[in-house]
Structures are given as structure tokens and as C-alpha cells.
Design a protein around this ligand. Sequence first.
Ligand code: UTP
Length: 293
Amino acid sequence: MKKITKAVIPAAGLGTRFLPATKALPKEMLPIVDTPNIQYIVEEAVRAGIKDILIIISGTKEAIEDYFDVNAELEMRLKAGKKDKETEMIRAIADMANIVYVRQKEPKGLGHAILSARPFIGDEPFAVLLGDDLITYDKKPAIGELMETYEKTGGTVLGCKRVPKELLHKYGVVKPIGDYSSSTFQICDMVEKPKDPSLAPSDVAAQGRYVLPGEIFDILANTQPGVGGEIQLTDAIKTSMEKIPCYAQIFTGDRYDIGDKFGYIKSIIDFSLKRDDLKDQVKAYIKELAAKE
Ligand code: UTP
């Protein structure tokens, strides 16, 4: 079985739900307090043992390239001001991983974005971490949990969560084969954004992490535009299930959709409540607000 050594982070979406900020700022650069979301995503891949990372960007996303590059002038100024801790911190960001970039020329969907990773990946299996899905972890990051399932099964693996019925319409919902009470199980179909909960084949939805087989590229190249005129990754994964077994892996961490306004607000509150330098102030402020209600 081929080992997973590369990750792809698609970050070329339009971010329409976060306009006007995303007119000039990639949503992946939105800071969770002081750290852009994409840094957490890159760190997750690195923690899972992946250092070769391709970020798929689009026209307005140079800020991402700049962020992971060395900023010699800033380093020099920080050093001159004897700010050693800060100098180290910003250098560590540039040294974190081997990051390369490719441009998706038109936002033709997640499937189309992944197809542009082909020259970087070749025909190996690879990890995918969506740039706007933030997932917390203690020891093992979500993508590491998926990679373990890949190592056991050799199949495609989708990072999933159980979702309340009324929210299933936002996600790709998986159809399990048989019992699906455990955290890993095989699936045979997916329904993208079911309009009504009765059309959803389970309460388990795919959420931003994948281990995909190299064969997905040929399938994507032959996938016609689906919902919204976009080339949908879900459609290609469904086709791949005819030949390659596909598993749902319910990951342990909490997931935040930072491309959604409320998801973003929740991430900032939860992250600041975990930080020693902020939690007391934030807690006191929340209590103050609640008392005013
Ligand atoms: P989303 O649908 O969440 O991103 O895509 P979006 O299109 O930017 O969001 P809205 O609806 O306009 O606000 C999921 C992931 O796929 C990437 C996005 O960057 C995000 O990480 N994506 C989507 C691409 O890279 N290219 C695309 O053409 C579409």
C-alpha cells in the first residue's frame, strides 16, 4: 500500500458568504483571534506527518503565499527591537512545511480545484484538508485519524460528523453499508445537500477532510458539472465507489465552518476561552452580556 506523503488544501473558493471581507482578503486568512485559519490547517497536516503541501489559490489569494514566505524586513525590524520571541514565531511559520501553490483559474468547484493538484500528486493517494474547515484536536489531528483508516483499509476515507437532522441539508450525507454505530464504517453512496431530512440516507455528513485515491483524477477529468454548474468532488467520489471501497471516519475533534459568519464567531469565542491570556476576560464579558439579556 502506498504511504500518504502529500496534502492538498483547496483555498480558491469565492467566499461569497463572507463578502465584503473576501473581496480582498481570502477567507482562509481570517484570523482566529491572531492566527489565520490556514495556519491551523497546515499545522494539522504537519502534525499528521505530512510536510509536502499544495495550496490551491485564486486571483485574490496572494496574502496566503506571503504569509508562509520569509519576511526578511519584518524579521530584521523585530530583531533590531530585541523582539526575539516574535522573530522566532514568524520564522517558524515560514519553516513549518514545504508549501507550493497552484492557481485554479476559474472557481469551477471543489472537484475542479482538486483536479489542478494532479501534477503535484501524480497517481498516489493523498490527503485533502479544506481551507475553511477548522477542526480541533488534542493529540491526533482529524486528518491523522483518516490516514490510519486508510492504512487499515486501503480505501477512500471521508472525514465525517453526526449532524442534527435539521442541518443535514447543508452537507454531503453518506449512505452506510449496514451498521454505522462505530466511528469507522463502509459507505456505498452519498446524497449532496438533501433538501428534506427524509431524503438523507443517514445522519452522518462529510466535513472537510478526505483521503483520496490517485484514481480520482481520471474520474474528475470525466465528471460533468453538477449542482451549481460546478464540478463536484462528491460526484467523483460516488463514481470511484464502483471500484474503490469508501469509508466514513467520524473524527474526534470539533469542527468550525469559518466560511460561515456564525461558525467563524463561534471559533473565535471557543479558541479564546481556551487561551490563558484571554479566557478570564472573555468569560467575564460573556457573563456581563448574559446578565443584560
Ligand atoms: P465552499 O463552497 O465552502 O467555498 O467550498 P466557497 O465557494 O468559497 O464558499 P461560498 O459559498 O462562496 O461562501 C469548500 C472548499 O472548496 C474550495 C473553497 O476554497 C473551500 O475550501 N473551493 C471551492 C475551491 O478551491 N475552488 C472552487 O471553485 C470552489
